[in-house]
Design a protein around this ligand. Structure first.
Ligand code: PEP
Ligand code: CO
Length: 455
């Protein structure tokens, strides 16, 4: 599909399909081109999932986060599954994101921008194209947008119809999110409705209790002074984000807005480029450079300063505020050695970015039994290092990026209940990476709030 023509990225004319002239990694190969073309045609005709003024609003808010005036909380599943598209799962995800944002707002004293990894987080990059089990080799599972997880030849065959199913589920998810937000979801702001059973197990329970009491008092005070509870007086806005991995899917939802004279990807507010597809001369960077959305790029081991400067030049040539977010994910052990050079590279470029810490993807471990997990302590340690290193470098950590769920899963170890490797088997549901559960996610927000009061 994509003959490599080695053109200097920023010199060519951009069109929604100009990425097809560049090497595109991590793309499925479909057996029936006609069926694929029909599906993509349909996707291109369907209404957008988000609208341009929301996208513009988010860009403005991210620009404020770059200046240290707001803080970004981005979180959700590693991979959303089509079966997760049910009301309880969605409501619980909103609930944990909202409650974390209240804790962070209270601790950091800054408005928090809430961005879900939801309503379209269906495509996954994989380290190998094929998977072998008991002598049988089949295509890897690439997320529900592409194929099915079960290990049979039929399930693993990329199916274009899944692109439509994914679009529909993204729309259904965001529709429900919007309805919940419109309704104010009354019981989610106030700590008296939070699930705080884990507090009694926490070593730091007194500190956590103080945060909770202070939030309760603040909300009561707000209600008393304004005459209505916070959920009636303000609207908790949520934005959507996903990894913009499947370029034909993204291209099909790229629309030209005459009024703005720009192209927008209207499948989500904030698409990001994953670590495996962030080559400056690759198809993903080519596609992303032409859309008006705020965009994010993962930065990690293997990203060198020169490459980073190149990415910034291509993705944000006009140094537009809020346009470019860099999500670093080095791991608690490597962040000290790696991040300062990245911060210097950005400073030398003379451009502004929003720095965000993803403390999940550099901290994945495998247990003795071969289960993928992450330790609460490593996740927290990386966030703490990130705050400290940015501060020492005269830079600003403007957000955090977590893989989490509102459910009571056992995929990461540690936290107040002290989950161990042996607990993982109890409720390990993720199809890809291990997520923080409700309690671990809320506790992490409290740890950040407790340690980072604004001076
Ligand atoms: C992810 O965010 O799930 C992911 C695959 O991350 P990264 O691109 O940083 O490896
Ligand atoms: Co992941």
């Amino acid at each position: 599909m994509t003959a490599h023509m080695n053109v200097a990225m920023d010199s060519g004319v951009w069109t929604p399909d100009s990425w097809q002239r560049f090497p595109a990694l991590q793309q499925p190969s479909y057996r029936d081109p006609q069926q694929l073309a029909r599906v993509l045609g349909e996707l291109a005709r369907l209404p957008p999932i988000v609208v341009s003024w929301e996208v513009d609003q988010l860009r403005d808010e991210l620009a404020a986060a770059q200046r240290g005036e707001r803080f970004l909380l981005q979180g959700g599943d590693c991979a959303e599954g089509f079966t997760d598209c049910d009301s309880d799962t969605i409501a619980r995800k909103l609930k944990i994101l909202l409650q974390m944002s209240v804790v962070l707002l209270h601790g950091l004293k800054k408005p928090v921008i809430r961005v879900g990894r939801f309503a379209g987080q269906f495509a996954k990059p994989r380290s190998a194209d094929m998977e072998t089990r008991d002598g049988t080799t089949l295509p890897s599972y690439r997320g529900d947008l592409v194929n099915r997880a079960a290990f049979t030849a039929t399930d693993r065959e990329p199916d274009p119809e899944l692109l439509l199913r994914g679009y529909e589920r993204a729309a259904l998810t965001l529709n429900f999110v919007r309805a919940l937000v419109d309704g104010g979801f009354a019981d989610m702001h106030h700590p008296e409705y939070w699930d705080l059973g884990f507090l009694q197990h926490a070593r730091l329970r007194d500190g956590y209790r103080k945060i909770i009491d202070s939030i309760s008092d603040s909300l009561d005070f707000y209600a008393a002074i304004s005459g209505s509870p916070v959920h009636e007086a303000t609207q908790a806005r949520f934005y959507a984000s996903h990894e913009g991995l499947h370029l034909l899917y993204e291209q099909a939802q790229t629309r030209y807005l005459k009024r703005r004279q720009r192209w927008y990807n209207l499948s989500t507010h904030l698409p990001w480029i994953g670590l495996r597809t962030s080559q400056p001369d690759g198809a993903h960077v080519e596609y992303f450079r032409g859309i008006a959305n705020p965009v994010a790029v993962k930065v990690g081991e293997g990203t060198d300063p020169e490459t980073l400067r190149g990415l910034i030049r291509v993705l944000n040539p006009d140094d537009e505020p809020g346009r470019l977010t860099l999500i670093h994910r080095f791991g608690a052990k490597r962040i000290d050695a790696a991040l300062p050079a990245m911060i210097r590279a950005v400073r030398d470029s003379g451009r502004k970015v929003l720095w965000v810490c993803d403390p999940m993807h550099g901290n994945t471990e495998t247990t003795a039994l071969g289960i993928k997990t992450r330790r609460f302590e490593s996740i927290l340690a990386e966030v703490e290092s990130a705050f400290r290193i940015h501060e020492e470098s005269g830079s600003i950590l403007g957000g955090v990026h977590f893989e989490l769920t509102g459910d009571d899963v056992t995929e990461c170890t540690g936290g107040a209940r002290g989950l161990t490797d042996a607990d993982l088997a109890r409720a390990y549901h993720t199809a890809v990476d291990p997520r923080l559960n409700y309690e671990q996610a809320l506790e992490l927000a409290m740890q950040i709030a407790r340690q980072r009061p604004r001076r």
